[in-house]
Design a binder for this molecule. Structure first.
Ligand code: S3P
Length: 176
């Protein structure tokens, strides 16, 4: 059971296509908390899309922007929902920052689910070149342990609707 805590941020982590954005939006209505999306904040600040940041500045620069943004968030007082980019928990420093920031909820999805959700997507630079199905499987297996060790709570999302996932989170947090 998750702890009752109305002051901490609720952080959503998970692979691309795991439902972080949709769950975040629904959860923010339900709990009446502000939603922040790290990708969108970085895009707003850089005035370019994540794809353009990857193309023009490179992945490492984007990773640094993610870390800097987490550090900034930590300075703020938070009872928000924070939806994170799928690569966020890969850096050890980010895992530590995320845990300091609030309760980290990992939305776990199988490679098959992710592929079904993202096969037509053109906005994820890491999946644009080559065999997306293979890349998803590789990245997921590389990252699995980071997602797990970086999380306070793991929620399986395969075969669940957004509403079911939100209800599970709200019930667990005893906030809903
Ligand atoms: C990434 C996931 C994306 C975005 C960027 C890199 C990743 O976020 O941050 O394309 O490394 O998994 P979403 O998980 O919101 O798609």
């Amino acid at each position: 059971m998750m702890e009752r805590n109305t002051k901490q941020n609720i952080i959503l982590t998970g692979f691309m296509g795991s439902g972080k954005t949709s769950v975040g939006i629904r959860l923010s209505y339900r709990l009446r908390r502000m939603l922040l999306d790290t990708d969108k904040e970085i895009e707003r600040r850089q005035r370019k899309t994540v794809s353009n940041i990857f193309a023009q500045d490179g992945e490492e620069a984007f990773r640094q922007m993610e870390t800097e943004y987490l550090k900034e968030l930590l300075k703020e007082n938070g009872s928000r929902i924070v939806s994170t980019g799928g690569g966020m928990p890969v850096r050890e420093e980010n895992r530590t920052l995320l845990k300091k920031l609030g309760i980290v909820i990992y939305l776990q999805a199988s490679p098959e689910t992710v592929y079904e959700r993202l096969k037509e997507d053109t906005t994820r630079p890491l999946l644009q070149n080559g065999d997306a199905e293979k890349k998803i499987a590789e990245l997921l297996s590389e990252r699995q342990a980071f997602y797990e060790s970086g999380a306070d709570v793991i929620i399986r999302t395969d075969d669940k609707s957004i509403d079911e996932i939100v209800a599970e989170i709200a019930a667990g947090l005893k906030l809903g």
